[in-house]
Each structure stands twice: as structure tokens, then as C-alpha cells.
Design a binder for this molecule. Structure first.
Ligand code: C5P
Length: 227
């Protein structure tokens, strides 16, 4: 019997504020595919470790925390953003702060944490398909994905987008602080030894600076085989 064709995966990687989250959600909805927001997993571990009073530079303790923390996702059923649960508690708002983003970026550099989250991420690959959003989706988690995209945008535009997102969520942060934090986080993500932020050799690069979301979505959809 011929082998079943692999479940299709579209990977969308890029730095913070490049539009990955919004674009991945729109495409997953459009295709009726599952969505993996891998950043939420790292944020959830960073949040759980901070809550437990663990020193984030203690690699062994954070790795144990990543292994034990029960992370869940729940579709609100109204087309809204997926809710993120840690130990059954909805922490969707708490994990979106820049403090939690920085904690996520710190613990994401620990090899044991990345290893603990590997199978959890691959388990999202179920029929009819998966849109995977992150930093290493195309390079490490789904290297065999048929379609890989790497989104970029200028740092100023990414800071403006994050600023609007956080303001819409009722969080206050200045644009200057945000720009500094985004640049620090991207440098750490790109320079770490394990699974650094970088495009897969076979990824299509898309600069989203000044490009309307709908145009980016259309360009990515056109890359999928058979479209
Ligand atoms: O995408 P998001 O901003 O939610 O990710 C938070 C942090 O989690 C990133 O800055 C990065 O350090 C880490 N991350 C990662 N690998 C991924 C997704 C996120 O290292 N696949």
C-alpha cells in the first residue's frame, strides 16, 4: 500500500511584531487548519517558572518546570483568540505582557526547555493541516514542511504594531521602551546557540513593512501547493 501523504504544514517564522500571530490565525481560519502558537508555550513556561519563584537562569529547575507544567489551549468558539491555560487556569492576558515575553525569551535559550516542548509542538500536526507560528518552526520543529515563510518588518514598525496590540489589551508601555525591549529580545533570540531565530534555507522571505495584512495573507496562500 502506498504511504499516506504527510499532513501539510505551513511554517511562519519571524521576529516579534512581524505580524506572524495575526497572519497565522487568519490563514488557519481561512484553510480550516489547526494553529500552533509556539510562542505561547514558551510564554506559559516563563510564566509558570516565575510564579513558582524559580530563578530563570537555573537551567535545570526551569527545564523541570517545562516538563511538569500542564499547558492547554482552548478555542473560545466565537472566532476570538485561543485561550491559553496553565494548570487549568486561563492565563491568556498574563502571558502577553512584555515582562512575560522577556521571561519567555530567557527560558527559550535553555536546551532542556526546548527539548521538553518538542513533542508537544509536533503533536499539533493533525489533519487536515497545520499553520505553525514561531521562531524555529521551519528549521527545527517541522523541517519537512512543504511551505515555509519568514516574515520581517522594520524594528520601528514592529514596535508600533506591538504597542497597538498591547494598548488594545489595556496594557500600558511607551513606544521607546517597547522598541528597546523588542530589539533586545530579537538579539537574544537570534544569537542563542539552540534553535536561533533564522530563516530556513528553503523559506520564502516576506517583508511586511507597510504591506496590508490581507496582501500578506494572499501572498502566503498563493505559495501553498495546488493554489
Ligand atoms: O512569539 P512570541 O513573542 O509570543 O514568543 C515569545 C518568545 O518565545 C520569543 O521571544 C522567543 O524567545 C520564544 N520562542 C522561541 N521559539 C518559538 C517561539 C517563541 O524561542 N518557536
Amino acid at each position: 500500500m502506498p504511504a499516506a501523504p504527510p499532513i501539510p504544514v505551513l511554517t511562519i517564522d519571524g521576529p516579534s511584531g512581524s505580524g506572524k500571530g495575526t497572519i497565522s490565525r487568519l490563514i488557519a481560519t481561512r484553510l480550516g487548519w489547526h494553529l500552533l502558537d509556539s510562542g505561547a508555550l514558551y510564554r506559559a513556561v516563563g510564566y509558570a517558572a516565575s510564579l513558582a519563584g524559580i530563578d530563570l537562569s537555573d537551567a535545570a529547575a526551569v527545564t523541570r518546570c517545562a516538563g511538569h507544567t500542564c499547558i492547554g489551549f482552548r478555542d473560545p468558539g466565537d472566532g476570538g483568540e485561543t485561550r491559553v491555560l496553565v494548570g487549568g487556569v486561563d492565563v491568556s492576558s498574563e502571558i502577553r505582557t512584555e515582562t512575560c515575553g522577556a521571561a519567555a525569551s530567557a527560558i527559550a535559550a535553555i536546551p532542556g526547555v526546548r527539548a521538553a516542548l518538542l513533542d508537544k509542538q509536533r503533536a499539533f500536526r493533525t489533519a487536515p493541516g497545520l499553520v505553525a507560528d514561531g521562531r524555529d518552526m521551519g528549521t527545527v520543529i517541522f523541517p519537512d514542511a512543504a511551505t515555509k515563510v519568514f516574515l520581517t518588518a522594520s524594528a520601528a514598525e514592529r514596535a508600533r504594531r506591538r504597542h497597538k496590540q498591547l494598548k488594545d489589551k489595556g496594557l500600558t508601555v511607551t513606544l521607546d521602551d517597547l522598541l528597546r525591549e523588542i530589539e533586545a529580545r530579537d538579539t537574544r533570540d537570534a544569537e542563542r546557540a539552540v534553535a536561533p531565530l533564522k530563516p530556513a534555507p528553503d523559506a520564502v522571505m516576506l517583508d511586511t513593512t507597510g504591506v496590508p495584512i490581507e496582501t500578506v495573507v494572499a501572498r502566503i496562500l498563493a505559495l501553498l501547493p495546488g493554489r
